[in-house]
Design a protein. Structure first.
Length: 133
């Protein structure tokens, strides 16, 4: 069944992975959260408008590049990148802080992949910074 823009899934939608797998770049750009689609080697194959705007990186500059070693280096650790290697079936939420360009950015990540899926997915939802106590 083709996906349409009439009902866009949310960041926490339980059936998000099949929707993402069927969506084209135009639909990914409509989502109100960041979407990074990775091939099985970890290279970027889609980078939606939301993530491009927030990160300040044009999709053309990240396409085909290894995400965790050249684009999202702050996620190249056991908590994020390591999960994709260790867990063939993955649907995990993680509160995280990107240290992009030395400016901490609190985010909630959703890590998605499944053996039957063609891609791995890194979803990014910005969080409000927590006030100091």
């Amino acid at each position: 069944m083709p996906v349409t823009a009439t009902v866009l899934p949310g960041f926490d939608s339980p059936d998000l992975l099949p929707w993402l797998e069927a969506a084209d770049a135009t639909l990914l750009d409509l989502l109100p959260f960041g979407v990074v689609r990775l091939d099985r080697a970890g290279c970027v194959t889609a980078y939606n408008a939301y993530e491009s705007e927030r990160a300040g990186l044009r999709p053309a500059t990240v396409m085909g590049r290894p995400f965790f070693s050249t684009v999202g280096i702050c996620g190249n650790n056991p908590l994020v990148a390591g999960r994709y290697a260790a867990e063939p079936r993955l649907d995990a939420l993680l509160d995280y802080v990107f240290t992009f360009r030395l400016r901490p950015v609190p985010v909630r990540l959703r890590l998605l992949q499944a053996p039957e899926a063609r891609h791995a997915w890194l979803l990014v939802c910005r969080r409000a910074p927590q006030a100091a106590a």
